[in-house]
Ligand binder design. Sequence first.
Ligand SMILES: Nc1nc2c(ncn2[C@@H]2O[C@H](COP(=O)(O)OP(=O)(O)OP(=O)(O)O)[C@@H](O)[C@H]2O)c(=O)[nH]1
Ligand SMILES: [Mg+2]
Length: 226
Amino acid sequence: MHKISLETDIMDANEEFARENRDHFKAHNVAVVNFMSAPGAGKTSLLEKTIARMKDDLRIGVIEGDLMTTLDADRITALGVPAYQITTGSVCHLDARMIHNSLHNFDIEGLDLLIIENVGNLVCPAEFNLGEDLRVMVFSTVEGAEKPKKYPVMFHETDAVVLNKIDLIPYSGVSLEELERNVREVNPEVDIFPVSCTRGDGLDEWTQWFTERISALRGKAEAASV
Ligand SMILES: Nc1nc2c(ncn2[C@@H]2O[C@H](COP(=O)(O)OP(=O)(O)OP(=O)(O)O)[C@@H](O)[C@H]2O)c(=O)[nH]1
Ligand SMILES: [Mg+2]
């Protein structure tokens, strides 16, 4: 009983901060995307590839979430794109308040696209609305075709699933067809992109979808502000 009311308070407070974040993002006409995955599935690798392809056309900024280190933010700034690192200490996800606080230090003025890389964790990040417009989940195919059924929350709470590391499929014995079938079982509407960040397979299709979604989001925001 006590536990339930505490959880409700936490989630209510998160929703309030998420609403404020969303208003702030709208006021700046910036599209915001939350990238989530288990540790090491390839979020930063996908961001590196995606940003390199989009940064000449869009002004991009990145907020990185990790328990420790600025390693991921350093990888992004090496691309010439501004990045802000949130180190959560022992917290296994980003929440809307952390994003809210980071906006006091990270200027989104003039950005077209703000990407948030969440803390590596296959469950908790999906439960915290950050005020984002779009969610992308990255899944490493080698982790097993059955995982969408065992850990459905994040697969369910996302607009796209990027199935990364398909170059390793011949060594892992995982069936891509079975994995895609299991993703669809959990989330029939989701867009699925098999890719290899290291070899480059599937990155054209993924980047095209992502670019179109961002421009649709920004177009909608512009129309609403007229
Ligand atoms: N073989 C293979 N390795 C990959 C691929 N994509 C990423 N990796 C490797 O997987 C490891 C983790 O990649 P990251 O991009 O750091 O993963 P991440 O999800 O950002 O990790 P965290 O932020 O720590 O959760 C690195 O050693 C990458 O080089 C891929 O498509 N194929
Ligand atoms: Mg990373």
